[in-house]
Design a protein around this ligand. Sequence first.
Ligand code: FAD
Ligand code: NAP
Length: 542
Amino acid sequence: MSSSSTVPAELDAVVVGAGFSGLYMLYRLRELGMSARVFEAGDDVGGTWYWNRYPGARCDVESMHYSFSFDPELEQEWEWTEKYPSQPEILAYIRHVAERHDLRHDVVLSTRVTAAHFDEGSRRWTVRTDRGHVVSARYCVLAVGCLSVPKAPEVPGLENFRGSWYHTSQWPEDDVDFSGQRVAVIGTGSSGIQAIPILAERAAELTVFQRTANFCLPTFNGPIDREMVAEIKATYPEVREAGRNSGFGIAIEAPTRSALEVSEDERLRTYEERWNRGNLTGVLQAYTDLLTDQAANDTAADFVRDRIRETVTDPATAEKLLPRGHAFGTKRPCLGTGYYETFNRDDVHLVDLRETPLVEITERGLRTSEREYEFDSIVLATGFDAMTGAFLAIDIRGRDGLTLREKWSQGPVGYLGLGVAGFPNLFTITGPGSPSVLSNMIVSIEQHVDWIAGLLSHLDANGLSTVEASEAAEKEWGEHVRECGEATLYPKTDSWYMGANVPGKPRVFMAYIGGVGVYREKCREVAGNGYEGFVLQGSVAG
Ligand code: FAD
Ligand code: NAP
């Protein structure tokens, strides 16, 4: 893929990552008249949608909402083909955005940023890459993604396996031919749940290694409803604005009643109707207390468990697939197409790792505490070092040589998930402490980028050189994020939201659950009050 190879030694801004966040940041920086380059480790733009090319990869926010709103003409012109867009369709969309706005010119592909050090004298960042670039920049924007560092399965022996293995998030560009093969999948999160039905069709035999059974709702995906498209396009600005002010980033009617104050019949009717909508929020947003009260949550969890029992014909297999031990929604819920039905196939087997834990990967396959299984290929759908992994993979040093790794050693801290005290002029798009992964992420990305662009323009207009979150504001915001999280059932569950999927990672609920609209208002207020909570300093050096 073509991209600029010349990188000036001095820039106004370096952006790390060329997914939705980095590309939109570049667009805004250009509007501000700033010189910028985006460094991207991948061989093309697209971020998540470049890397996650596994069979079945698809967004589970509806197409009409999972797209940029900043280009009203594009919004009208672009034609999505399905209710939920597939990975190739989203990648085509991002590539189109990059070309339409001539963004590739300033994107440096196949280049990983390894270090970013702040120099107090010049008040600039020195950014280094694995291809030898050394760039001095006034601003450093980390658009590195919440789910961009793959997590290995922590089971010894992968290097001994004689067959082929693939991580869902590093899938080969040329699709893999599994025909005639015995294939294993480890992991039943969103990626595994999407891949398993397709792999079952392609392989001779598929064995799924499940550690934690997950709640999976049906997508009822299909060709996009053209009438709905016309309606949304006719009122897109209003639809987008309503999304921006909502809880999740897509306007839905807010629940008004507790699950426990209605009759069982009514509850079941409500869940059934919402199940049939085939979306992420339907069932979970049916009542006010599904994510805060265990007894309320149990009613929805029981409803989903009953659907699984109805779908899976072998009762013993159904029993293994029933999610237990965590509240519905407190691990990221999954949307799937034909997921549970897949286990009715004779050529699909389920191994419950709670009964027989995985012990090692062998030359020939996988060994559990019970026996060895032989495979031609292993698919690792084992997830990510989420939310902090990509930030901490870079050697980032702020004032007084303070490293981000030290600063975040007990868990990530920052103000609004946008900036970190001690790290001036460094911005974290969808950083920990912002709604990020608890939202339609495009809405959150646009909000962060627009807010950062507003701040940079304010600095320039006032001849200021640095902006930095204050320790006090950071502490207060961190407390607020924690309290909001603790008012819910999320912290009780071992999930990647809590860092619990990565051994040794501090256990902290990392996202802000106050809602996209509430958060947006807070950011607006902060800006309106002269960027309250940030320290703005000095005249521009040099
Ligand atoms: P990313 O798309 O992750 O891009 C970050 C980029 O930064 C990557 O390309 C990476 O290579 C690059 N990078 C990182 N570190 C460095 C470095 N040191 N040097 C150079 N480059 C670097 N969100 C939703 O809202 N709805 C969904 O349905 C949904 N589905 C998803 C499905 C999958 C399979 C995954 C993995 C995530 C999904 N997400 C979804 C979340 C998704 O990540 C965001 O919606 C969005 O694409 C994030 O864009 P981004 O630009 O912030 O990050
Ligand atoms: P994930 O949700 O973290 O799931 C990883 C799976 O691998 C879990 O089932 C986990 O089990 C299992 N696992 C991990 N290590 C293991 C080990 N050592 N032994 C056995 N099993 C192991 O990761 P993901 O499925 O890639 O999804 C991550 C996030 O990306 C999602 O939550 C979502 O936000 C996003 N995503 C979205 C979509 C979509 O539909 N739009 C698709 C894919 C991804 P445990 O649960 O027991 O840890």
